[in-house]
Design a protein around this ligand. Sequence first.
Ligand SMILES: *[C@@H]1O[C@H](CO)[C@@H](O)[C@H](O)[C@H]1NC(C)=O
Ligand SMILES: *[C@@H]1O[C@H](CO)[C@@H](O)[C@H](O)[C@H]1NC(C)=O
Length: 537
Amino acid sequence: MHVNSLLVLLIFLCVFTKQIYTSKILIFNPIFGFSHVKFISKLADIIADHGHNVTLFQPYHNAMKNIDGLVKNENIKILNYYPDHFEELKKEETQTFPIFWDSKLMNIPVLGAFVMPKVLGSAFQKTATQVLKDQTVLNELKNEKFDVMMAETFEITGIYLAHLLDIPCIPFMSAVRYPIFSQLFGQPSILGYVPHIGSQMAPEAGFYDRLNDVYRQFFMSITQERLNEFQNNVIEEAIGRPVPYWKDLVKQSPIYITNSNPYLDYAVPSTATIVHAGGITMDLEKKKKPQKLTEEYEQILTERESTVLISFGSVIRSYEMPETFKAGIIQMFENLPNVTFIWKYEKDDVEFEKTLPKNVHLKKWVPQPALLADKRLKVFVTHGGLGSIMELAYAGKPAIVVPIFGDQPHNAVMLERHGGAVAYDKFELQDGEKLTKVINDMMSNQRYNENAKVLLEVLHNQPIDPKMNLMKHLEFAIKFPNHRSQVPSINEEGIISHYYLDAIAFLVAIFGVFAYIFVRLIQRLSAVFLVKKTKND
Ligand SMILES: *[C@@H]1O[C@H](CO)[C@@H](O)[C@H](O)[C@H]1NC(C)=O
Ligand SMILES: *[C@@H]1O[C@H](CO)[C@@H](O)[C@H](O)[C@H]1NC(C)=O
C-alpha cells in the first residue's frame, strides 16, 4: 500500500514535471553541406531525447543524398521543403569541389573576401526566397505555436523565418567558432589566442606572425560580414519590406551555442553567453561498446601488425586529388610494405587498383568509428573535418591531419597542440618520403599514442558534461528568451573606446607636454647657470 502510493506519486511527478518542462522547438536544417546537416540532425536527436517536442524544417538547397537515417529519434517530426526547382537540383552532380585540393587561390584571404560571399550566398538564394514568400508554409508553421526556433549562423534564412513567425531564435554554430557572431555575444577578438594560417602562437610568435594575424583577421571579418550582408539583401527582397539588420536579430538571444570544447579548443576569453557544447555528438556509452567489425575488416586488420586508415571525408573525393598527390601517397605505400593501408576511395577503378602494392585496400565507404576504436589501427590520416576530429579525440588515436579547406586548417592545429597528432600541409602529400617518415615516426614513437590517450582521458573526465551543458543553457534560454545582462556592451563600441585608445592617447600627450616643459626648463636653468658661471669667471 505504502509502496504503491509512493509509486503513484512518482509517476505523477514524472508526468507532471515533463508537462511543465517540455518545449516545442522548431529547428531549421537547411540542406546544404553534409557536415552541417549531420550536426543539426544530431542536435535535434539530443534535444528530443531530453523530452522536448522537436520539429526539423528542411528546405533543400541541393539534392543531397545519404541524409535518410541521420535523425534517430522517432518522435522528431521532419518537414522536408522541396523548392520548385528541385528537379533541376536533382539533375546537378553532387558537388565535390575538386578545386579545393590544390588551388592556391583559395587560400588568399583578399580574394576569398570578394568571391566567397557571392558564391555561397547565391547558392542559398533561390530556395530561401521561395520559403520566405510561401504564405502556406509560413501559416502552417505559425499555427504550430512553437516556443522557440533554433538556427545555425551560417545560412541565416532561419533567423529571419523566426522573425516572421514571431518566435525567439536561438543561434548555434556547427563549427568551433564564428567570430563575427561570437563578438555579438561579448566574446573578444581571438587575435593572439587562436593562430591564423601561417602564424605561430605566443611565446614563439614574432612580429611577422602578428602582422599575418591582423591581415588574415581583417579579411576573414570582411568575408563573414559580406556573406551575411548578401543574404540580408536577398531576404529583404524576398520579404518585400525592410527587415531588421542580421546582427540585431541574432543578438537578441541570451545564448550562442558553439561546437567548441574547452578542453580540446584553444583557451579563448569568453562570456557566459557562449555555450561550449563541443562533444555533444559523442556517445560515451556507445564508445565503451564499439560496433563489431565485419568479417572482411577483421581479415584486413590481421594481415599485418599495423594498419593505417586514410579518409578525406564526405565532401572532398580521394579519386579527384591531383595525380602528383596520389603519387606521393603510393610512394608511401611502397615504402611501408609491413603496414596495411585502408584508403577511402570513392570510385571503382580497377586499372588504378592494379597499380597499387598488395598492402592497400580501397573502400568506397569505411566504418570509421569502429576502426578508430580498434587497437590494431595505429594511425588515422584525415582531412580534419570537425566531426572526424571529435571522433579522433574521443578515440585517443594518433593522427596525421591534412586540412583541405574551410575550418579544417584550424581544426588541425587545434588537435596537434595536444601532441597526439601532426598537422600536415596538403601540398606535401606529393612528398612520399616525408609522408613515410611522419607515419613511421608516429608508429614507432610512443609519445603520440600516449598524448592522444591523455586527451581522451581528459575529455572523459571533463567537469561539465557537454550534453548537460547544452540542455541546461537551452532550457534557460527558452525560459528567458530576451535576457541579456550576461552580455557586455563594450565590444559593440568602436575600436577607440573598446581599447581605450582615446584615454591612452590623451595621457601620452599630457606626459609628452610635461616632459617637453621639463626638458626646456632644465635647459633654461642650466643656460642661466652657465651664463652666471662664465660671468663670474
Ligand atoms: C508535439 O506536439 C504536437 C502538437 O503540438 C503533437 O501533435 C505531437 O504529438 C507532439 N509530439 C510529441 C512527440 O510529443
Ligand atoms: C618487414 O618485416 C619483415 C619480417 O618481420 C622484416 O624482415 C623486414 O625487414 C620488414 N621490412 C620493412 C621494410 O620494414
